[in-house]
Design a protein around this ligand. Structure first.
Ligand code: 3PG
Length: 399
């Protein structure tokens, strides 16, 4: 964004794509990390006298319903929080490119910030290439003579109008967050200091297969937790009771276990529950002794200790995905324990993803104890998979 600022932005429109896809409880933002991460770029532009119009999404509104008052799609809480953080009023348009958006854009003052409605409330945002192109044209028309800054790292893996096509309609620049995130992640894809230990959790093996197959040949140890570990445990021949299982992935997991026996590490114990509820009866059991009908909802203390000793020896760590259902107190200890072990390790550590980052903040761990907390979940995984991220590639195309 410094290049744009040195070109001069005083009084000029700058359309910024941010990732404000924050977790909400009703209208309350439970973790504002993604909003804070966008501040360096926004405050620089404000300081240089730009007229800043921000585009962001929240959730995945079905069929592009209008934002209305639905907390799942309206950016009202986000506009409020952003306004507090920059200590200025942030007006919020009621639509993406309609009359309200035009009015709000026209009213943004020099050194001011306004926000368009949730861009995904326009179905063209995620539509066909022709639809996305049409929306991008209308977005560009909101900011005559303006420039585009891509700073929503969490969404750069999406080929969507406000991320991708828009960069072909206006002079396009990368924001500070995108620059910092890509610089750090390149350290991991380049020549990371060893031992390089990766921790993967989260719910679905199928979502992580590409990253698993890409990372396994490159890392020294890959620790598996979260609901996805049960498909691996089943592949090892264990009865996982009523735990979440992706039966169609068992053969793939079995092949990976055979091929990477020295690299993959599975939990040795789990916290099992009688039902999926914070009030369930719970028992910590060896991973091959989950009672019939019970479900594993967290990794157990022996696993946390074993993962901890791998992490203590690591020189580079990447972590994506919680170890259990950390939103429920009885199943949070695995995630908190692993977070503590990563924080205590002297390794250069990168935390990828909204959930793992939220878990760290919820556990009250000082963010300074981690090398880098990425705002991108899917985006950081795709970066590590070695995929080209459309929202970054398009910036490199040039005018
Ligand atoms: C995220 O939450 O990872 C980003 O905001 C992208 O959201 P999406 O997965 O709905 O595209």
């Amino acid at each position: 964004v410094d290049d744009l600022i040195s070109d001069g932005v005083q009084g000029r429109y700058v359309l910024v794509r941010a990732d404000f896809n924050v977790p909400l409880d009703g209208y309350t933002i439970t973790d504002d990390g993604r909003i804070r991460a966008a501040l360096p770029t926004i405050t620089k532009l404000v300081g240089a006298g730009a007229r800043v119009l921000v585009m962001a999404h929240l959730g995945r509104p079905k069929g592009g319903e209008p934002p209305g008052r639905d907390p799942l799609s309206t950016l009202t809480p986000v506009a409020g929080r952003l306004g507090q953080l920059i200590d200025d009023r942030v007006s919020l348009a009621e639509d993406v490119v309609g009359q309200s958006a035009r009015d709000v854009a026209q009213d943004v003052k020099v050194g001011g910030v306004a926000l368009l409605a949730n861009v995904r409330c326009d179905p063209r945002e995620t539509g066909t290439p022709a639809e996305r192109d049409a929306l991008a044209t209308e977005l560009a028309e909101l900011v005559p003579g303006g420039a585009f800054v891509s700073d929503g790292f969490g969404v750069v893996h999406r080929e969507q109008a406000s991320v991708y096509e828009i960069a072909r309609k206006l002079p396009a620049y990368g924001g500070d967050l995108v620059a910092r995130e890509t610089e750090v992640l390149r350290r991991l894809t380049g020549d990371p200091a060893r031992p390089y230990v990766v921790i993967l959790g989260g719910s679905k093996v199928s979502d992580k297969l590409a990253v698993l197959t890409n990372l396994l040949p490159k890392v020294d140890t890959l620790l598996v937790g979260g609901a996805m570990c049960f498909t691996f445990l089943a592949a090892q021949g264990y009865d996982v009771g009523g735990s979440k299982l992706e039966s169609d992935q068992i053969d793939t997991c079995r092949d990976l276990l055979a091929k990477y026996a020295d690299t993959l590490v599975l939990p040795s114990d789990v916290v099992a529950a009688s039902e999926f509820s914070a009030d369930a009866d719970t028992r910590t059991v060896p991973a091959d002794q989950i009672p019939a009908g019970w479900l594993g909802l967290d990794v157990g203390p022996a696993t946390v200790a074993a993962f901890g000793s791998h992490l203590a020896d690591a020189a580079t760590v990447f972590w994506n995905g919680p170890m259990g259902v950390f939103e429920m107190a009885p199943f949070a200890a695995g995630t908190t324990g692993v977070a503590e072990a990563v924080a205590s390790s002297s390794a250069f550590s990168v935390i990828g993803g909204g959930d793992s980052a939220s878990a760290i903040r919820a556990a009250g761990l000082d963010e300074e104890r981690f090398g880098h907390i990425s705002t991108g979940g899917g985006a950081s995984l795709e970066f590590l998979e070695g995929k080209e991220l459309p929202g970054i590639a398009v910036l490199e195309e040039g005018p």
